[in-house]
Ligand binder design. Structure first.
Ligand SMILES: [Zn+2]
Length: 476
């Protein structure tokens, strides 16, 4: 029997606000433990939360970018549970009335577009962090993270494979970064994902029993965990067993999921509207102004790059994965109008250099105009492709323009036939045995002569002209 996997993802993205969601404590990461706290986020009695307007605005941006319907009135609720990192004994989260519902995100999978439904997007606060001492039976708690704003994005169970889940997550992260509302960094925990997964016989309508996977802190872990879990569930069913609804943890070192606890139901949390917070009403003008200010989104940009610049899907995907890379590419293109060449240099030499240095494109020592300048020098044959590599390296060191470097170091290509002929004659005079061998039919030696002439001219001779002259003179 053939099985099909059904996957839905819940993503928690930390919003890049300066202050927490219900108090004015700083959200800056890495401060000494418990220095970014106040009576509100410590849950002391008698305090009142005040909603951060930026959190609403950022969530609105995401909701509009994913074509969600915005609720004219939404609510915050208390999700009650005990844990030492939750000083209030409840987490404030939107539950029954979220700010946004019924949206979608389009992904490309095997060159075909697929629409993934967004069930809901809501706002909530993060909990604190427990630090366990590895040497002693002691745990510490850090409340700096308590009250940091999170946006939860819940997808419909529309994903059918680990690869689709990966593509969806990457698309969400790209949108969040384009909107400048979060850094989407999975390794640092500012972009977290839980996955619901079940399997069913191909063609069956009803859903199988699902498990929830937690602890997926990299894209690779998400895909590996899903792959393992799908296999596990299929094997269970084939052997006549049943899948138990539960929460499972991904163990990346042992490459498997393990049972963590029985799945809790919503009623276990005894949700009820937070009496300290008014219903959130968002007026139409605010929605309209946020919508109007949305940037071009990554997939729209990708489609435009493929259409206007005739780039492959892979190239367009890469160039639009980061808004700053896309902007760099297009600025470069303003001065040098050959998209494929610009794309190759940006994705190859430039990104290769930046990645090796651990730098982002914003930190590139080569300004886009300067990269275009280098490409112009190659195109009009002022320098050879080989010299261009040297000039490029010099540009990364000095930040100077290609033109200045070429002028200062006299790197212009020698295209003067007379000058090249002189070098060719000198080389032929220096290697009489090789010349004789060549004329005897050992034509492989041509490469040797070219190498000698290039060396004598420090790589500046036009290689095509060197080739032609050598052939002509060796025939004689
Ligand atoms: Zn606080």
């Amino acid at each position: 029997m053939e099985f099909e996997a059904v996957i839905g993802l819940e993503v928690h993205a930390q919003l890049k606000t300066n202050t927490k969601i219900f108090c004015s404590c700083s959200t800056v990461f890495g401060a000494a433990p418990n220095t970014h706290t106040c009576p509100v986020c410590l849950g002391l009695p008698g305090v009142l939360p005040v909603l951060n307007r930026k959190v609403v605005e950022y969530t609105l941006r995401m909701a509009l970018a994913t074509d969600c319907q915005i609720a004219s009135e939404s609510r915050f609720a208390r999700k009650n549970y005990f844990y030492p990192d939750l000083p209030k004994g409840y987490q404030i989260s939107q539950y029954e009335l979220p700010i946004a519902e019924h949206g979608h995100v389009d992904i490309d999978i095997n060159a075909a577009a697929k629409r993934i439904g967004i069930t809901r997007i809501h706002m909530e606060e993060d909990a604190g962090k427990l630090v366990h001492d590895p040497d002693r039976p002691v745990s510490y708690v850090d409340f700096n993270r308590t009250g940091v704003p999170l946006m939860e994005i819940v997808s419909e169970p529309d994903l059918r494979s680990p690869a689709e889940a990966g593509a969806y997550l990457r698309q969400l992260r790209a949108i969040i970064r384009y909107l400048n509302i979060g850094d989407g960094n999975m390794e640092e925990g500012s972009f977290r994902c839980d996955a619901n997964v079940s399997v069913r016989p191909q063609g069956q309508e009803t859903l199988g029993t699902r498990t929830e996977l937690k602890n997926l802190n990299s894209f690779k872990h998400v895909e590996n965990a899903l792959r393992f879990e799908i296999e596990r569930q299929i094997e269970l069913l084939v052997d006549g067993g049943q899948v138990v609804q539960e929460t499972r943890l991904w163990d990346a070192t042992r490459n498997r999921t393990t049972s963590m606890r029985g799945k809790e139901e919503a009623h276990d949390y005894r949700y009820f509207p937070d009496p300290d917070l008014l219903p959130l009403a968002i007026d139409k003008q605010w929605i309209a102004s946020v919508k109007q200010a949305l940037p071009e989104l990554p997939r729209t940009k990708k489609i435009r790059f493929m259409r206007d610049y005739q780039l492959s899907a892979t190239d367009a995907d890469f160039l639009t994965s980061d808004k700053a890379i896309a902007a760099y590419f297009e600025t470069c293109l303003n001065a040098f109008k050959d998209p494929k060449t610009v794309a190759n240099w940006v994705m190859g030499n430039l990104m290769g250099y930046l990645n090796a240095q651990g730098k982002t494109i914003q930190q590139s020592p080569i300004a886009p105009d300067n990269l275009a300048g280098l490409l112009i020098l190659i195109k009009n044959a002022t320098i050879s492709g080989k010299i261009a590599k040297t000039v490029f390296e010099e540009m990364t060191q000095t930040g100077q323009s290609a033109e200045d470097i070429v002028k200062a170091q006299g790197l212009q290509q020698v295209t003067d036939t007379g000058a090249i002929a002189k070098e060719v004659d000198a080389v032929l005079a220096n290697f009489p045995d090789e010349v004789a061998a060549y004329r005897d039919g050992k034509h492989k030696l041509l490469g040797f002569f070219v190498g000698q002439v290039m060396q004598a001219t420090r790589g500046k001779a036009n290689p095509q002209m060197v080739n032609e002259l050598l052939r002509k003179k060796l025939k004689a």
